[in-house]
Design a protein around this ligand. Structure first.
Ligand SMILES: Cc1ncc(COP(=O)(O)O)c(C=O)c1O
Length: 401
């Protein structure tokens, strides 16, 4: 079967935009207020309003908008007091930023293997990674699928650890009745171009503690305090502010998100059931207790023996050749060059980490290494198409056998 010549297959292109997005940007240009100013003297309104609107969507008390999802994690860690030589437990199956933010805060990431069905951090493996240096855990809700946050929070409380949920894939995900990002001390989001809520670049941190929100705000706005003279700088801080253009775009995009989120959740059930009917395909299993999923992407794991021993690269390239957008998943963090070679920051001792040199051997991270070698991902915009289109994808996958 070839879709190239005769297929009616059409997936929405991401990002999806309309005149409301165009007007949002034009309005900022015309207003002449191209940055947000300070909390006491607003220049533009969009950043301040976006913070309120996104907090409402995520059912959070506070939201601090920042320039991207990487610095969102760093700011949360810094505000929680994570620093020099502290260890932070991070899922091994994620984008590099979940760990590079730990490096940026002068701490040491420790990688945790994954659950083979949900593909997120295996909470049963956390306790064995805790040492006297452990200060925090970063659960990453890969593809929007929740880490078992109730169990993780029990472990964190028992060991006095902070928790920063990396929700870069999990806008709108809900676990056991609570939106993700509200289980830990803080939840961080990315609005980078491929994300389900985007302004090209952007990020945010949500939290419930007033004290923590003030600290995060201060760190991301040059050490200032809210409603204070703007040349008073009370602590070490940097400029991670979001601009008005990003915030205006995000406000326009946020209006579209609830309907898109609903459609993705509906189509994901159809797609899952169809894919599950193919012998040799395993779909990402939602963690029991998941009420809604962000579905930043939809990973599947295949058994090469059931597909004529196809390699992963051939598997997704064949799909690409037929206009089906698929890609490789993230290489596990332990396998990245930067974590094999241990030349990250001067004067920081990475020798006790569970990666680097021989420790980065796949055998030490057996589940993620095995899953990675056989997994591919579909982008979230596929789940905004119709059942007819998703069915064609399923039929094509069957034809690869
Ligand atoms: C899991 C995860 N964490 C963090 C980030 C970092 O976000 P950003 O690219 O906005 O810095 C990303 C994004 O790409 C991500 O996928």
């Amino acid at each position: 079967m070839s879709f190239k010549q005769d297929s009616k297959i059409k997936f929405p292109k991401w990002p999806i935009f309309d005149e409301n997005d165009v007007n949002a940007l034009v309005n900022v240009i015309r207003s002449g207020n191209w940055w947000c100013g300070s909390p006491s003297v607003h220049q533009g309104e969009n950043v301040w309003l976006f913070q309120e609107e996104f907090a409402r969507f995520q059912e959070a008390k506070h939201c601090i908008a920042v320039s991207n999802g990487t610095v969102a994690i760093e700011a949360a860690l810094m505000a929680l007091g994570v620093g020099l030589g502290d260890e932070v437990i991070v899922s091994d199956y994620t984008f590099v930023a979940s760990a590079s933010a730990v490096i940026a805060s002068n701490a040491v990431p420790i990688f945790c293997d994954i659950n083979p069905e949900s593909l997120v951090m295996d909470v049963n493996k956390i306790e064995s990674l805790i040492t006297e240096r452990t200060k925090a855990i970063i659960p990453v809700h890969l593809g929007g699928n929740p880490v078992e946050m109730d169990k993780l929070m029990e472990i964190a409380k028992a060991n006095n650890l902070s928790v920063v949920e990396d929700c870069s894939h999990a806008h709108g995900s809900r676990y056991k009745g609570k939106r993700l990002g509200n289980w830990g001390d803080a939840g961080t989001f990315s609005f980078q171009a491929s994300k389900i809520l985007t302004s090209g670049e952007g990020g945010a941190i949500i939290c419930s503690s007033d004290v923590l929100a003030d600290k995060i705000y201060s760190y991301t706005d040059c050490g200032r305090r809210k409603n204070d003279y703007s040349y008073n700088h009370y602590s070490y801080g940097t400029n991670y502010r979001m601009g008005e253009f990003q915030a205006a775009m995000l406000r326009a995009q946020l209006n579209k998100l609830p309907a898109q989120h609903k459609l993705r959740n509906k189509n994901a059930i159809f797609f899952r059931d169809k894919l599950n009917s193919i012998d040799g395909i395993q779909v990402m299993k939602l963690t029991p207790g998941t009420n809604e999923c962000g579905y930043y992407f939809y990973p599947i794991v295949f058994e090469p023996e059931k597909f004529g021993r196809l390699t992963k690269e051939k598997f997704y390239k064949r799909l690409n050749e037929n206009n089906i957008p698929t890609d490789d998943c993230y290489p596990p963090l332990h396998s990245l060059h930067c974590f094999k070679e241990i030349k990250l920051k001067k004067n920081i001792d990475y020798s006790k980490a569970n990666w680097g040199g021989k420790k980065s051997n796949d055998k030490n991270f057996p589940v993620v290494s095995n899953i990675y070698s056989r997994s591919i991902e579909f982008p979230h915009e596929m789940l905004l198409s119709s059942e007819n289109e998703l069915n064609l994808v399923v039929e094509y996958i069957k034809s690869l056998k």
